[in-house]
Write a protein that binds this ligand. Structure first.
Ligand SMILES: C[S@@+](CC[C@H](N)C(=O)[O-])C[C@H]1O[C@@H](n2cnc3c(N)ncnc32)[C@H](O)[C@@H]1O
Length: 190
């Protein structure tokens, strides 16, 4: 991995796209720290966009020396841009796989390795997080971490706050909520 190129790419990504599209840079650093600490073998994120959360997860996996990332993105042009960024940074091709497909279809088809230890949801519409999680449940490892973006109550976008409320009613997850920027919920399967 080329660290200088990593930060060049991050700067470029931060210049792409409209306000609120990306996982904020600070939130990506929290995700990076978690992946670094938890050392998941299999990570799965929904909603690649142009790869900001993707490169931070891949960096943590690279530094951990173990782990694979699956990512889903429905727009072909975003998949291509992300793949180019990843290539420039120099991550191994076998450390990630981007499904250029609808997340629901990918989860239903189940053509990915499991158990999934780290599941980050950031695609749209946010209303589908409940469905996404329920599809993923049989593939989640015991003690898996599930993260959801945009769960802040007053999120100006199509917020995922109802998902957070729903998760708080489940007894099989412990929920920790960070209410900065658009909201990041961190949930551990118990
Ligand atoms: C908020 S952005 C993701 C931001 C990204 N995690 C980052 O760090 O920059 C949401 C992305 O999900 C994609 N998306 C929306 N609906 C989708 C679906 N049903 N399946 C897969 N991707 C989807 C959009 O095209 C968009 O690029």
């Amino acid at each position: 991995m080329n660290l200088l190129e990593f930060y060049r790419v991050e700067k470029e990504i931060l210049g792409i796209g409209g306000w609120g599209r990306r996982t904020p840079a600070g939130t990506c650093r929290i995700i990076y720290g978690l992946v670094h600490t938890l050392k998941p073998k299999i990570c799965f994120e929904t909603g690649t966009f142009v790869g900001l959360s993707t490169i931070w997860i891949l960096r943590a996996l690279y530094e951990n020396g173990i782990g694979h990332l699956y990512s889903t993105e429905i727009m072909p042009e975003y998949v291509k841009i992300t793949a180019d960024f990843i290539k420039r940074i120099g991550f191994n091709d076998d450390s990630f796989c981007i499904f250029q497909e609808d997340t629901t279809k990918v989860l239903r088809d189940g053509h990915f390795h499991s158990p999934v230890d780290f599941f980050y949801m950031d695609d749209e519409p946010k209303i589908s997080y409940i469905e996404r999680l329920n599809l993923m449940m049989p593939k989640l490892s015991p003690g898996a971490y599930v993260l959801a973006h945009d769960t802040f109550k007053d999120n100006p976008f199509e917020g995922a706050y109802p998902f957070l409320e729903y998760m708080k009613t489940r007894t099989d997850f412990k929920v920790f909520d960070i209410d900065e920027e658009y909201g990041l919920s961190i949930m551990r399967r118990i």
